[in-house]
Design a binder for this molecule. Sequence first.
Ligand code: GTP
Length: 597
Amino acid sequence: TDLSRIRNFSIVAHIDHGKSTLADRLIQLTGTVAERDMKEQLLDAMDIERERGITIKANTVRIEYPAQDGHTYILNLIDTPGHVDFAYEVSRSMQAVEGSLLVVDATQGVEAQTLANVYQAIDADHEIVPVLNKIDLPAAEPDRVKEQIEDVIGIEAHDAIEISAKTGLGIPDVLEAIVARLPAPTGDRDAPLKAMLVDSYYDPYLGVVVLIRVIDGVIKKGDRVRMMKTGGTYQIDRLGVFRPKMQDIAELGPGEMGFLTASIKQVRDTRVGDTITHEKRQCDTALPGFKPSQPVVFCGLFPVDSNDFEDLRDAIEKLALNDASFSSEMETSAALGFGFRCGFLGLLHLEVIRDRLEREYDIDLITTAPSVIYHVHMKDGTMQELHNPADMPDLTHVDHIEEPRIKATILVPDDYLGDVLKLCQDRRGIQLDLTYAGSRAMVVYDLPLNEVVFDFYDRLKSVTKGYASFDYQMIGYREDFLVKMQILVNDEPVDALSIMVHRDRAEMRGRAMCEKLKELIPRHMFKIPIQAAIGGRVIARETLAALRKDVTAKCYGGDATRKKKLLEKQKAGKKKMRQFGKVEIPQSAFINALKMD
Ligand code: GTP
């Protein structure tokens, strides 16, 4: 294919601004799929993504577009995830294309992830075409939003394309703009093969499917290739493009994007950013590559029923096959038995995996308190990475502890600014910046990640009625006065509830957790003390009163079937309980006890 007839691009947008709807329209308008095959959102393959309305894995699709100039162009669209947890995946897929459509909801304007994502596109030297979506809605204010794009992002927006991805209005203009305003790729067909490994995923029938972007040279089915970083060599079984269904193709030349399969066993054998070249005729220099995405949030996952452990292991292995950024290792807990300590890119990633384990694999789970990685500096000068509060070393050997900090950017309508500032302040934030963009304030805070991983998004959403948007990036480690707080139920420590907390916030958190647990744990036949402690010292305490009478007592002499029903109901409820010494704690208590109101 003639390079000048190719355009490679991504769509960047804040969540819900209409990226997937636009992608579907582009595919539909170019007849890439028959109308009847058009599912709601084609690019979001996984059900869970569809339900949550988020796109997790990057996908590519090849569109053939007959332009007004009489030529047919190949447009390769790479779909990128919109959520903050996956910012890293956005940045690497940006490297594979030359341009971006910047989609902004004309009723909402620029949001935190609009900024984060467009900056990534700018960093990757993209040509950017601004697109204002949802202009079918009466609340759309295209002129105001254009101005805002220019003021806040600093790119030209007077020629932004006004569209409705929903009704199809303006879509032909988008296609023309892709051809006219985005640059064609460059590359040398005669040079040795140099292709970028953009992404990979595991398919139960095909094995690992690798998405590639050819820079130089030509790749063909049957070729023997080498991955320059990992050193692995493979023979290509299948080469093709997504339209969006897989379609085999004889070769891919410079500037083209597609997929290959080569009997690769697991996603871990492929390194995103690696350079693929021919085994016989190698290219001189590898692409710079990307650093792998590192998990930043950890938690323990334990089966409620210990008989499910093997099933949990299998399910985790299956999920890990397809997700190199999800890590797991076996963990044993005094109270919870066998389980796994798992690492995630962020809280949403954690929730997605937990949901899939519960729903697709039907395993009831206890999720322990999410934790970040602390740097524990010992008196002997060594440093330990602490992923689990349960592993906190003896304090007499500890010199100081450092915690990860983030730079958080929040965009919020003026009316809610006060509440947002209070929330950030309560979470030990340090204000770095406060500016205005239209009727929105943009606040930048330096916050401890540990105060954000738990319920920060939820709180932010609730104090701003959903009007705030949020994005963050890691900025490094800083020392602070952190302690491990334990929760004791009936005088037994429940390690799954241990958390690392700032000393000044320990009493408040401890009290809140004890109060919550008092509501969450059902009464027993005896009185149950619930305590929070640092070291051996109790800092908060509640007492759950004993049950006065047998619950079935009121049925005595009454209807026997009613009594039986009640007992059955209790038995069913018990499946989701876990025994701690003499006390039964419901599964839901583990997460809910941590929520702060
Ligand atoms: P993520 O996949 O979560 O990043 O979201 P997205 O940016 O892909 O948004 P999506 O395409 O899922 O659209 C979000 C919502 O806006 C959906 O309910 C769409 O139906 C709706 N929507 C998208 N485009 C338009 C439009 O032009 N007009 C109107 N009225 N609604 C739209």
